[in-house]
Design a protein around this ligand. Structure first.
Ligand code: 5GP
Length: 145
């Protein structure tokens, strides 16, 4: 899907938001929902999505919703840092399939990085162990202030 197109309410993140598909939740407030990526590029890879949104990408989003989203991203990123003590954090976001986007509900990736560990491939590889994801989500969640 390119930058043009219609929002598909059957996308996996919309299903997660509606409770129709499972996820390992980290945090939720009025504006944002955060959960563990099931194909993590590193330990602790977390996704943050706007709750009231039918934007497929950043370009389509209402600036007010975007402001809440980025505030949420900062809050979760700080918690990831406190919980996992990474050496760095990648905060990234893809717009359109040619750019690498695979799920078309706006979302931001928080990917902790350690100096001695390579970055995993984007949106591929083996599905993470659910118990491990739950443990990480608990650790991150406990650090959200
Ligand atoms: P994108 O490629 O659109 O920037 O990112 C989509 C992300 O969602 C990828 O990192 C991919 O691993 C993740 N993902 C795909 N399907 C699911 C799913 O069903 N549950 C969760 N938690 N993550 C998913």
């Amino acid at each position: 899907m390119s930058l043009d197109g219609a929002y598909d309410p059957a996308n996996i993140f919309a299903k997660i938001l509606r409770g129709e598909a499972p996820c390992v939740k980290v945090f939720e407030d009025e504006h944002v929902f955060a959960f563990m990526d099931v194909f993590p590029q590193s330990r602790g890879h977390t996704l943050v999505i706007p709750k009231q949104s039918t934007a497929r990408n950043l370009l389509e989003e209402d600036p007010k919703v975007l402001a809440h989203l980025m505030t949420g991203v900062q809050r979760i990123a700080r918690a990831v840092r406190s919980a996992l003590a990474p050496d760095g954090l990648v905060i990234t976001q893809y717009n359109g399939a040619p750019a690498g986007q695979t799920v078309f509900h706006l979302h931001v990736h928080i990917i902790p990085r350690w100096s001695d560990q390579p970055l995993g491939r984007h949106a591929s590889g083996t599905m993470a162990d659910m118990d491990e994801l739950k443990a990480l989500a608990e650790q991150i969640s406990a650090m959200i202030s």
